[in-house]
Design a protein around this ligand. Sequence first.
Ligand code: SF4
Length: 400
Amino acid sequence: MPSRFAESRSRISDLTLDEAFQTAKKLFEDLSFGYATDWKSEQQNRRIVGFLPIYVPREILHALDMLPVGLFGAGDKIPVVRGDAYFQSYICHLPRTVIEMALNDSLKDFDAFLFPAICDVIRNLSGIFQLTYKDKLVRFLDFPQNFQSAVGGVFYRHELERLAADLGALNGKSLSTDALNHSIGLYNQNRALLKDLSNFRSSYPHKLSAADHYLILRAGQVMTVEHHNAYVERILELLPSVEAIEADKIRVVVSGSFCEQPPLGLIRTVENAGCYIVDDDFQLGLKWTEGDIPDKTEDPVGALVNAYLNNSTFSSAVYDGDNPKEISLERQVREHRADGVIFCAPSFCDPALLDRPILEKAMERKHIRHIGFQYHENLGQFHVVKEQAGTFADMIKLWD
Ligand code: SF4
């Protein structure tokens, strides 16, 4: 009997756009991770590896026959009962629903968890997971702060090799050059497809809403990369025939939502209030590397290291060295012909909120309009956001 999600993997080529969005929505709402569990049950050596935002080198996991699954909390889909007891009140919401899912057994089929070094909250959460899951691999994944290959590069290679060895011990596999090259090729294809999708949204935001764009990307945090590639390819085939009239809205870049995710309702509210979101950092990890990574090399681990050092995108959660993020944000605004920036960060998110004054000042120097607000993943009332975004849109339309 086909598993619950196997069907969605087998009949991509005749999906309609509506069905494609329904698939993404189903995956988004499934907090029991049925897709991953089904995938794992099909072969004995398969393993599921959950990871927290923003980025992990998924190529390594794929090459070891593991499914990387992004953990972004539960939004407003579960009440936080026990999760609150683990954290003080003045931190963001994401870790509360993540730990709640751990305690209510939503993550029981996962074999390992990776916690990328982005802030103290994630670091502390990794400690709580170590105490909660004594029988599973829980790894804190550190990233270099020094971008010279002889310093940060050596460190990061060591980190990746250790990661591959620890993961490989879970299913008895070791990382082979051929397998890793193959995986790198698949993820190159995935990033290229997502770039096409992002370009389509930027050119025709009336044909692909930010909420639908978000769900398509979010599906990539649980689907196999092969499946997601075929899925996005099919959507790209269908999108040009969408009939929709462009509305009189401003174009905005949304920045600061790289970790805890804004509720879908918030994304829709911003667009309904008169702002086309033409670019954002909601699912930043999927497009962390800019451009292709060499996939026919004798040293694919080295290729991943170089890509991290030299071709990473920008985020407030990452030390930017000689590559100031305010310049990258300004470039993003120009590239997408945006009229302004909406700084939209989770409440109590240190990385995003500490950077915000720097980014705001930089936008002012360049005469780029901006507003800012905060959210938490289970926010249910959007009228303040609607008023702010609507006023912002009107102000730019009337006076710019
Ligand atoms: S939302 Fe911000 S503070 Fe919270 S875990 Fe993510 S990066 Fe850290």
